[in-house]
Design a protein around this ligand. Structure first.
Ligand code: AMP
Ligand code: MG
Length: 414
């Protein structure tokens, strides 16, 4: 097959165009499974959940205090009521409240039928069974009404949503136990390169430890993915091709690192052309220019660069949104801020750059960002120390200290 991209002259794709191409090329997995609520964290809701009950289910008290009827209240007058019982959380008062009576009540306890007001316990004087209400007693307060949080039959959570701990708590509050979620996205990854050495082995001259598989393993932690590490494949075209074809049969997504450039031992793109379809393979970003995106059979393929920082940047900017879309999760626009740059930044026009930065905020709420140090795509230490990217547009030719820049904070903990 001819390789229309083989000429170095082929234009670099802007990141926006690359993301558009991905958006068009991938569609969410269609399979679903039913799960117990407890296993739902981070999964993508496949069927909207409607509230089987009202929340609150009962009219209940928002305070520890005394429940009474506003019929017993006279404007700006002190009054006294007779205490006739207690309503506990979980153990309602079962009697009937008559005129001139009140009930001791605790937070979350059912408000007796004829009561419509609760006064905080700190505001009354208690004299055995006689409760003195002050002149400024407010009526119709401190009662949580039936269904004021969620009405029975209303949509509790709409699909598709990536379920948070709060979502699960909300579903639990409605007594929902079973969920329909999207099936997990099956993802495999491997590293390529003759120089790669596994952890635990001594490092021979010319070799390096394989950091990319550890990086990817961490970056891919997500309950909506099931992830398999396929190890290291040497720079051997046949072995690589066999590995690609085997993985493509078993996974929805295959991610590789290394071998995607134009060196003599870089076979990834060539193999993708011969056994699959290349959608694009060069993006105008730095780090991360060579990045092959395509398909082998039904399997989506991402050939990431070898340098570890380029792996992280391309993963966050390109792969992560694609995986979200594939998994069925709604699109999330990354948060961007404007900050004053406190250091000089070097840049040559031509590609959008993601420079590693350290973000801070002063007592007035103003954001400042400083370079996190060396910016080579092999310098993982400065990425480890940073907390954001300073996003420099394609035509930017460097930044002087004091200039305003766009910053994209990230959280690499998960
Ligand atoms: P390549 O794209 O294969 O030419 O790799 C570019 C650079 O990334 C080279 O310096 C490689 O040694 C390095 N590299 C490739 N794979 C890995 C890996 N798994 N871990 C760390 N560095 C890597
Ligand atoms: Mg290589």
């Amino acid at each position: 097959m001819s390789d229309p991209c083989n000429q170095e002259s082929s234009p670099l794709l802007s990141i926006e165009d690359a993301l558009d191409k991905i958006k068009t090329a991938v569609s969410p997995v269609s399979g679903t499974e039913t799960l117990n609520l407890r296993l739902g964290l981070g999964r993508i809701l496949a069927a909207s959940v409607y509230a089987p009950i009202n929340i609150p289910h009962d009219r209940n008290s928002a305070m520890d205090g005394y429940a009474f009827s506003s019929c017993d209240w006279t404007d700006a007058q002190m009054f006294t009521l007779r205490l006739i019982g207690t309503s506990w959380a979980g153990r309602p008062f079962l009697g009937q409240l008559q005129a001139g009576e009140c009930v001791r009540i605790f937070t979350g306890a059912v408000v007796p039928t004829h009561a419509d007001s609760v006064i905080m316990q700190e505001q009354v004087q208690v004299q055995q069974q006689t409760i003195h209400f002050p002149a400024d007693t407010r009526i119709l307060q401190n009662i949580r009404e039936i269904g004021e949080d969620v009405k029975q039959g209303s949509c509790l959570i709409a699909e598709p949503k990536k379920l948070s701990a709060v979502d699960l708590g909300l579903l639990a509050s409605a007594g929902v136990e079973q969920l329909s979620v999207k099936r997990q996205l099956k993802i495999a990854y491997f590293s390529t390169g003759d120089e790669l050495t596994a952890l635990g082995l001594p490092l021979e001259s010319g070799k390096i430890y394989d950091s990319n598989r550890t990086l990817l393993g961490g970056l891919l932690v997500d309950p909506s993915y099931s992830v398999v590490d396929l190890g290291v494949i040497p720079d051997n075209k046949q072995l690589l091709e066999d590995s690609f074809i085997a993985a493509a049969k078993n996974y929805d997504v295959l991610i590789t690192t290394g071998g995607v450039s134009v060196g003599e031992a870089d076979f990834v793109k060539e193999i993708l052309y011969s056994c699959g379809d290349v959608n694009f393979w060069k993006i105008a970003i730095k780090p991360g220019k060579p990045l092959a995106f395509g398909k082998i059979g039904a399997c989506h393929f991402f050939g990431l660069p070898g340098n570890p920082v380029a792996v992280v940047v391309t993963f966050q900017q390109i792969v992560a949104p694609a995986l979200r879309q594939l998994s069925g999760a709604p699109f999330v626009q990354p948060l961007r801020l404007t900050a004053t740059c406190t250091t000089t930044l070097k840049k040559v026009p031509g590609r959008q750059e993601y420079q590693r930065g350290i973000l801070s905020q002063d007592e007035n709420g103003e954001f400042f960002v400083a370079s996190a140090g060396l910016q080579g795509s092999h310098i993982l230490s400065s990425l480890s120390q940073s907390g954001c990217y300073i996003v420099l547009p394609k035509m930017c030719a460097g930044v002087q200290a004091g200039e305003r820049v766009t910053v994209e904070p990230f959280n690499l903990l998960i």
